[in-house]
Each structure stands twice: as structure tokens, then as C-alpha cells.
Design a protein around this ligand. Structure first.
Ligand SMILES: NC(=O)C1=CN([C@@H]2O[C@H](COP(=O)(O)OP(=O)(O)OC[C@H]3O[C@@H](n4cnc5c(N)ncnc54)[C@H](O)[C@@H]3O)[C@@H](O)[C@H]2O)C=CC1
Ligand SMILES: O=C(O)[C@@H]1CCC=N1
Length: 276
């Protein structure tokens, strides 16, 4: 995680839509040292806005005020709410602003079309581990975004995790893989905890065992640079316990289920582009 407290913060950032992902970003940025006065939020529900103000000491403003005053606008509403938000924003957003959208499926060109000519737009797919400084965020520039705009957007997402640039044509696949990815991992934890209970372990013990196992395995993957097959083979003793489990995973089509699941998520992201 980059420490932001020692840096120059020319940019003010507005997070428009302080829901689950908006909060993960706000919390991650503040933990990384961004001064609260450099951040404003907008939120449709006053109770949620109050909650954010109390929890993070950030100012809640209207969408219009955010558009007029913040250098960078991070659009963090649901894809289905994007149209209404852009209707509110469009009279006030000038090409001096940088617009960052994190909505699944919504393309930079769809946003550019709703704003005055020349506004730079960058599409980013982050994920909720931003809360703990371990997000994976993938950035793709729209047609007006320059290297300088990309660097500004990266300066928002790097403090909360890893960043990568890819062509926008790959963003629906990224959404399926790393955007939704934490949910698959939590689903796995839930299922393996149930399995531990089936085998007679107390729930809390099963939970702790699997969380540490996933954490340790992720660190090994990241730090060893080894191929996952090699790491799995090192656990799989001839005639042992692991291969007995893997035979069942293959027999139940877990690999095929993951391929189908991610394809469905990619397709849903494409569908959301049409606001459905
Ligand atoms: N939740 C996740 O893990 C991720 C979500 N995203 C994207 O982030 C966006 C937000 O997702 P979530 O945070 O999960 O949804 P959410 O429903 O928790 O948050 C959206 C927030 O926007 C507010 N809102 C809606 N219209 C508004 C408006 N006109 N002005 C101000 N606030 C408004 C809602 O009241 C809500 O609090 C979506 O587009 C999603 O595709 C991207 C990556 C990961
Ligand atoms: O489920 C969703 O649509 C959002 C986008 C990626 C993660 N959550």
C-alpha cells in the first residue's frame, strides 16, 4: 500500500455513490493517508450519507456541487442508476474534470456521449479488497484520456492495491474474474467451512483453518512465482488424501462450473452495458 500522507494532493476526489464499493474505496484511500478534506462523497440516501460522514469525516455534497468542484469524479453507482446520474451531471462536467467510472459493463464511449465534447473518461474495475489495501484494479482509457489522466486515475487506485492497464475490450472479462472474484473466494470459504462441520469440526475452527489456508496459499502464489499446478502437485502425494479429494472435484465438474460461471458473469457485464 502506498502511503498518501506524505504526498502532494492537488486533486480533490469525489466518490459519487457511497455504497459497498464506494465505501471500500473511501476507506482504503483514507487508510492510505489521503487527507479527508481531499475527498467528498455524494449519496442518494441521506441516512447513508450521514453514516459515511460520521464514519469517515468526509463531506457529503450534491452531485452538482461535486461536478463543479472536484477534480476527479469517481462514478460508483449501479449500472442501472448511471443514466440518471449522468443526466444530473452532464450540465456541470467540463473537460477540466476527469471522470472515472467503476460500473460493470458501462463503456467509456457511452459516458462520453452523455457529456460535453472532450471530457476525459477512464473505466476502472476495482474490487472490494480495496478496504484492506489489496484491491486489484484494471484501468482502460476512453478516447479523450491521456497518459496524464491515466496517471491521475492510477494515483487513486494504487494506494488501495495493485493496478493494471488493459484495453477496454477486456474489461467485461476482468469484471468476471477480479471484479466479482472476491465473491467466489468467499463462496469457497463458506462451502469449505460447511465441509469442516460435516467432518465434525466446530464452525469457528473450520473457518479459521480455511481462512489461513487461503491466505497462505495466496501469499505463496504471489511470492513464489511458481505455477499453480506445481504448487498443487507439491501438496498431492501419491496415493494420498489430496488426490482422493481432487478426483471428487473433477467428477463433480468444478473446473467446468468455474468456466461456465465466469462466462455468465462476462455476459452479464456486456448486458449491463445496455442498462438492463
Ligand atoms: N461491489 C463490488 O464488489 C464492486 C462493484 N463495482 C461497481 O460499483 C458500482 C457500485 O456497486 P456497489 O457499491 O456494489 O452498489 P451499491 O448499491 O452498494 O452502491 C451504490 C450507491 O450509489 C447510490 N446512488 C445511486 N444513485 C445515486 C445518485 N444519483 N447519486 C448519488 N448516489 C447514488 C446508492 O444509494 C448506493 O448507496 C456498480 O456500478 C458496480 O458495478 C465494481 C467493482 C466491484
Ligand atoms: O456484481 C456486480 O455486478 C459487481 C461488479 C463486479 C462486482 N460486483
Amino acid at each position: 500500500m502506498t502511503d498518501l500522507s506524505m504526498q502532494d494532493h492537488g486533486d480533490t476526489i469525489a466518490v459519487l455513490g457511497a455504497g459497498k464499493m464506494g465505501e471500500a474505496l473511501i476507506s482504503g484511500l483514507l487508510k492510505a493517508g489521503l487527507p479527508a478534506e481531499k475527498l467528498v462523497i455524494t449519496e442518494r440516501y441521506p441516512a447513508r450519507a450521514r453514516e459515511m460522514t460520521e464514519r469517515y469525516q468526509v463531506r457529503a455534497v450534491s452531485n452538482l456541487e461535486a461536478a463543479k468542484t472536484a477534480d476527479t469524479l469517481v462514478l460508483a453507482v449501479k449500472p442501472q442508476d448511471m443514466d440518471d446520474l449522468l443526466t444530473e451531471l452532464s450540465p456541470a462536467v467540463t473537460p477540466e474534470r476527469l471522470v472515472v467510472t467503476i460500473a460493470a459493463g458501462i463503456t467509456t464511449s457511452a459516458i462520453e456521449r452523455r457529456l460535453v465534447e472532450g471530457v476525459p473518461v477512464i473505466r476502472v474495475m476495482p474490487n472490494t479488497p480495496a478496504l484492506v489495501g489489496e484491491a486489484m484494479s484494471v484501468l482502460a482509457p476512453g478516447s479523450n484520456a491521456t497518459e496524464e489522466h491515466l496517471a491521475r486515475a492510477e494515483a487513486i487506485f494504487r494506494p488501495v492495491g495493485k493496478v493494471l492497464r488493459l484495453p477496454e475490450s477486456q474489461l467485461d472479462a476482468v469484471t468476471a474474474l477480479s471484479g466479482s472474484g472476491p465473491a467466489y473466494v468467499f463462496f469457497l470459504v463458506e462451502a469449505m467451512t460447511d465441509a469442516g462441520i460435516l467432518l465434525g469440526l466446530p464452525r469457528s475452527v473450520a473457518h479459521d483453518l480455511i481462512v489461513q489456508t487461503i491466505y497462505g496459499s495466496a501469499v505463496m502464489l504471489r511470492e513464489s512465482g511458481e505455477h499453480p499446478v506445481a504448487l498443487r502437485e507439491a501438496v498431492t502425494s501419491p496415493g494420498g488424501t489430496t488426490i482422493a479429494a481432487i478426483r471428487e472435484l473433477e467428477r463433480h465438474g468444478v473446473r467446468a462450473a468455474l468456466l461456465a460461471a465466469l462466462e455468465a458473469a462476462r455476459d452479464r457485464s456486456r448486458q449491463l452495458a445496455g442498462g438492463q
